[in-house]
Design a protein around this ligand. Structure first.
Ligand code: NAP
Length: 339
């Protein structure tokens, strides 16, 4: 754990994804005392949480890099000036204590800061629900949208719903534990990695799991626990009932801005409105990355990096009006002399 509650920092960065980590680097380089707060248990944002094993091809200087490797290197770069890092934490409220001091109310305490940079990506992620009878009623009683302990499915009959990476990854893991795995997908093409699709088809050929294409769940049945699921074929409308112990739904995630929506920020189409200095309508609160919206905005890591640099350098000038906005070239900076 990092920060002592009440410890006043020059900048608090909300979000430890690529934009937040690059901002932490820039803030440290510019001599700001910094803290990072993230709701996830690990730094890296979507890179580590959503697609660690995927290659990224459009980050300057890396012809090809695995998302988890980029996250690791961003953390090395971003943490080199020693920001406090507070994980598994969410800022619930931002209160202005003085003109240039903000108080962040979190579950674990209160954190004071001169500026805030919101780099919250697409916000918190809400799993997409299956809108069928029985889903809500049996959620947690055999219906799950995440697997906490694969061993819990040993010897069980499992329905896996979805055709993305989560569905295929789990179907492939559970086929070696469960008595029966049936993958139910609403069309006949998968959006998961091609390599995973090939492994799935191979497992089907070996009789290790079943795949139902153009198949959807019409209802999940059970008395206090999942007992069966009614499936229908979207081409023929034929219905079949399958006795199962668990229905695992991997239907993707919907971005949710969460408490940020209540801070009085100007929002447009679920994005934070910023000016060209990456300032929000709240003085001292900046935003960068996928969470901001402006004409011409691109949701790219490259754009997030640039926005982070603009936000931090302007925040430096806000905290110390004598400090220049332009950082100068890192090649000539004293701070790197011994590095
Ligand atoms: P996803 O890629 O959004 O896939 C969701 C799947 O659920 C899709 O196949 C979709 O069908 C299906 N679906 C959505 N709503 C449905 C509904 N109402 N009824 C039936 N089916 C429905 O979600 P994800 O698999 O959780 O992956 C999320 C992100 O994390 C992706 O970018 C993924 O690549 C990444 N991820 C990566 C890894 C890895 O790199 N190993 C592992 C997990 C996740 P359609 O295809 O027809 O739309």
């Amino acid at each position: 754990m990092g920060s002592e509650a009440g410890d006043l920092k020059d900048m608090t960065i909300l979000g430890g994804g690529p934009t937040g980590l690059f901002a932490a680097f820039y803030a440290g380089m510019r001599g700001m005392s910094t803290r990072i707060v993230d709701s996830l248990p690990e730094l890296g944002g979507q890179l580590t949480a959503l697609y660690p094993e995927k290659y990224i091809f459009d980050v300057g200087g890396f012809p090809k890099i695995l998302a988890k490797d980029l996250a690791r290197d961003l953390a090395v770069q971003g943490l080199q000036f020693g920001p406090d890092v507070i994980l598994d934490e969410e800022v619930r409220e931002v209160v202005r204590e003085e003109e240039n001091v903000l108080r962040l109310e979190c579950r674990s305490g209160t954190y004071r800061t001169r500026t805030v940079l919101i780099a919250g990506g697409k916000g918190a992620f809400e799993p997409t629900a299956l809108e069928v009878p029985g889903y809500k009623e049996l959620l947690g009683a055999g219906v799950h949208y995440a697997v906490k302990d694969p061993e819990a499915y040993r010897g069980k009959r499992v329905l896996v719903v979805g055709g993305g990476d989560s569905a295929l990854d789990w179907a492939l893991i559970l086929k070696d534990k469960a008595e029966r795995v049936v993958v139910v997908h609403r069309r006949d093409e998968f959006r998961a990695h091609e390599a995973s699709v090939q492994l799935l088809l191979q497992a089907e050929r070996k009789g290790q799991l079943e795949i139902r294409y153009f198949s959807e769940v019409a209802e999940i049945c059970g008395n206090g626990r999942v007992e069966s699921a009614i499936l229908f074929d979207s081409r023929t409308n034929d219905r079949t009932t399958l006795e199962v112990d668990a229905v695992l739904t991997f239907l993707g995630f919907k971005p949710d801005l969460g408490p940020i929506q209540r801070w009085g920020l100007e929002l447009k189409k679920n994005r934070i409105v910023v000016n060209t200095l990456m300032e929000t309508n709240l003085p001292g609160v900046y935003a960068a990355g996928d969470i901001v919206g402006y004409e011409g905005k691109l949701d790219l890591i490259a754009t997030g990096f640039a926005e982070a640099a603009i936000a931090v350098n302007n925040a430096v000038h806000r905290v110390d009006p004598k400090a220049r906005v332009t950082p100068g070239h890192s090649t000539n900076m004293k701070i790197f002399k011994d590095k």
